[in-house]
Design a protein around this ligand. Sequence first.
Ligand SMILES: [Zn+2]
Length: 244
Amino acid sequence: MELAILGSGAAFADTGHQAGYLVDSRLLLDCGAPATVLLPRMGFSLSELETILISHLHGDHIGQLPTLLAARAVRFPDSPPLRVIGPRGLGDHLHLLGCLNLGERFWKEVEVRSPVEVLSVEDRYREQIGDHLVEAFEVEHSEQLHCLAYRIESGGVSLGYSGDTTYCPGIRRLAGSVDHLLCECTGWSGPAPIHLWKEEVEQLMAEAPRANFILTHLGERRPVRGAILASDGLRFNLRPPARG
Ligand SMILES: [Zn+2]
């Protein structure tokens, strides 16, 4: 499984672009990073995208999605149908964002020119999408928003993505079920409201020793023993961890 990091920064940090991660060229996790520019820069094409998983509706995770969909409609009008999967309220939120960012008339044109299937899913959603088995885990982040983490499995390798979360049952369940966990680490010096901070991440690492932790949504960049720090432009070829 190939993982490319488009954005590794927390919402207000200077550590990297906002959230965006590409799996196997086809599956995009969150769209806070300017994927329209970053995907081609890293050698990928917008036309290859088949599925976009959105963790929650904060701008640093979904803010660039209307631009991405519009760019795809304009530049690759014959691309295969795209599915956008995410939390409750996704369809209305995306429509509103599209109208605000691009103007109602043009956004409606985008919706007609390049229709997208929008699907809101719940905790324990599970579906085989092409080569990828996708599962959703509800996590606790914002009281106002339904927030999801995801598990993706393909070719005997599993990758978890925390989205934004606090230390909650959903992220603990996910951490214990994957080979690799792309895990947010927003706070470094002390607890971060509605996010994980370094000591909670270390607690998760202790609870899930089988998982290889890749830290992202970084408020700062400092080493964490036993974990890898994501950075913009980094690519991983994920394999099952050696066992025994
Ligand atoms: Zn958030």
